[in-house]
Design a protein around this ligand. Structure first.
Ligand code: ATP
Length: 287
C-alpha cells in the first residue's frame, strides 16, 4: 500500500468540568466527549525521497513542523525508523481554534494512517500513548465515540452509544486560544449550578433522553468565554431559539452546538443560523 485517505472527526463536549488545578499548572478535567461527523480528510502518500511534505487546504495554517499532523508523522518516523518520506495532505473542514479539536484529530488520523500504511500493527493503547505526546485530546480522537474523559483528558471510559443524534454547530466569528481561557479561569468563581452533574448526564445519555440531558449539560469554561465575548452567549441563545433540545459551548469555545430531536428540526435551525453572515454553521450527526 502506498496511499491512504482517512477521515479526522471533530469532537464536541457534552459537558466540561474542572476538578482542580494541579501543581504543574495543568487543570484536571472531567468531561463527556462526543465524536461528530464533521471531519477533515487526511491523505497520506509514501514518497521515495526522505522527509515530510505537508499541504493544507487552509492556507492560514502552518505547513511545517508546528502543524499537529506533521508532528504526528515525525514522531512515527523517528520512533519506528520508517524509510523514505511522506506526503501529507489535509483537506480542512473543521474550523480552527474553535473548541472542536481540529488539530488533535488531524494528529490522531496521521498516527492511525501511518500505522496502516506501513503495516506497523500497533494497538490502540500504543497509538494513544504516542498521541498524548502531541496533545491531551489526541487519545480521545484516536478512540472516538462517546467517552468520559478525566485527568487532563487522557483517561477515557467508554459510555453507552450516543450515535446518530442530529447536531448543528455554529462558530461565531472569533478564534479562541485554549491556554488563554484556562489562564482566565478562576475556580473560586464557579458555583455548584455552573457545574455539570456528570452521573445524571451519563444516565440521560444512556436513555437517549436529550431533554433530560440538557438539564445536566454544563461547561464551566462558558463562565470565562461568554463573559469575554458576548457573541458566544448570543450564539447559544439563538441556537435555543432555533429549536435545539440542548445546547452548549464546546471546549473553550467559541463554537456552540445544539442537539435536535430530528433531522428536519436540525435543518430548520441550520437554515436560520446560516442567515447570520459573520457566523459559520454546520449540520452533522454524532458518531
Ligand atoms: P481543542 O478543542 O483541542 O482545544 P481547538 O479546536 O480549540 O482545539 P485547533 O483547531 O486544534 O483548536 O487549533 C489550535 C491551534 O493549533 C491553532 O492556533 C492552529 O494554528 C494550530 N494547529 C496546528 N496544526 C493544526 C491543524 N492540523 N489543524 C488545526 N489547527 C492546527
Amino acid at each position: 500500500m502506498s496511499y491512504i485517505e482517512i477521515p479526522a472527526y471533530a469532537k464536541i463536549n457534552l459537558s466540561l468540568d474542572v476538578v482542580r488545578k494541579r501543581e504543574d499548572g495543568y487543570h484536571e478535567l472531567k468531561m463527556i466527549m462526543q465524536t461528530v461527523s464533521l471531519h477533515d480528510t487526511i491523505c497520506l502518500e509514501k514518497t521515495r525521497e526522505a522527509g515530510i511534505h505537508l499541504e493544507c487546504s487552509d492556507r492560514s495554517l502552518p505547513a511545517d513542523s508546528t502543524n499537529t499532523a506533521w508532528r504526528a508523522a515525525e514522531l512515527m518516523f523517528e520512533r519506528y525508523g520508517l524509510a523514505g518520506g511522506l506526503r501529507v495532505r489535509i483537506i480542512k473542514r473543521i474550523p480552527v481554534a474553535a473548541g472542536l479539536a481540529g488539530g488533535s484529530t488531524d494528529a490522531a488520523a496521521v498516527l492511525k494512517g501511518i500505522n496502516e500504511l506501513y503495516d506497523l500493527g500497533l494497538d490502540i493503547g500504543e497509538l494513544k500513548r504516542l498521541g498524548l505526546r502531541i496533545g491531551a485530546d489526541v487519545p480521545f480522537c484516536i478512540e472516538g465515540g462517546t467517552r468520559l474523559a478525566e485527568g487532563i483528558g487522557e483517561i477515557l471510559t467508554p459510555l453507552p452509544d450516543f450515535s446518530g443524534v442530529d447536531v448543528v454547530i455554529v462558530r461565531p466569528d472569533i478564534a479562541i486560544s485554549t491556554p488563554q481561557v484556562f489562564s482566565r479561569f478562576d475556580m473560586s468563581q464557579v458555583t455548584e449550578q455552573d457545574r455539570p452533574d456528570t452521573g445524571q448526564l451519563i444516565g440521560a445519555l444512556a436513555k437517549r433522553d436529550i431533554k433530560e440531558a440538557s438539564r445536566h449539560m454544563k461547561n464551566v469554561l462558558e463562565l470565562v468565554t461568554m463573559r469575554w465575548h458576548d457573541t458566544v452567549s448570543l450564539a447559544k441563545g439563538r441556537m435555543e431559539k432555533a429549536g435545539a433540545e440542548a445546547s452548549l459551548m464546546s471546549g473553550s469555545g467559541p463554537s456552540v452546538f445544539g442537539l435536535f430531536a430530528d433531522q428536519e428540526k436540525a435543518l430548520e435551525a441550520y437554515t436560520m443560523l446560516s442567515a447570520y453572515p459573520q457566523w459559520e454553521c454546520w449540520i452533522a450527526k454524532t458518531v
